[in-house]
Design a protein around this ligand. Structure first.
Ligand SMILES: [Zn+2]
Length: 129
């Protein structure tokens, strides 16, 4: 085999796909030929690199744990978030009432009715009435 033929067969040689005769011939050539030795080293480095990067891609389980943790946090936060949203809504309704009272007196009674409706629905849902 020539140097070029051996160079093209290095991948198969590295994977152990060649017969014993070719393997012996290439092994002998590699010991004498620096270029083929370097090329074979690169196959080794590539293979080792693939083996090294595989565990890095693997921890999908870790990602799941992080997501599960985030969801657990969300579940803890949710009641407080609902209270804050309800409180903000009440503030907005009250502010709308104040604004209406100052600038749109005709709308005040309507807004007052909305506030009363909101207050009574809050009162009945919490059972305070
Ligand atoms: Zn060579």
């Amino acid at each position: 085999m020539t140097h070029e033929e051996i160079k093209e067969s290095l991948s198969a040689y590295f994977d152990g796909q060649l017969g014993p005769e070719k393997t012996v011939e290439i092994t002998a050539h590699i010991q004498a030929c620096k270029e083929c030795r370097t090329a074979l080293d690169e196959f080794g480095a590539l293979s080792a690199g693939v083996k090294k990067t595989l565990p890095v891609q693997a921890p999908a389980a870790m990602k799941d744990r992080v997501l599960a943790g985030a969801q657990a946090k969300k579940r803890l936060i949710r009641p407080a978030t609902v209270l804050i949203a309800a409180f903000a809504a009440i503030i907005l309704v009250l502010m709308a009432g104040v604004v209406a009272k100052h600038y749109l007196p005709a709308m005040f009674s309507q807004v007052q009715g909305m506030i009363n409706a909101a207050a009574s629905s809050l009162g009945s849902s919490s059972g305070n009435q």
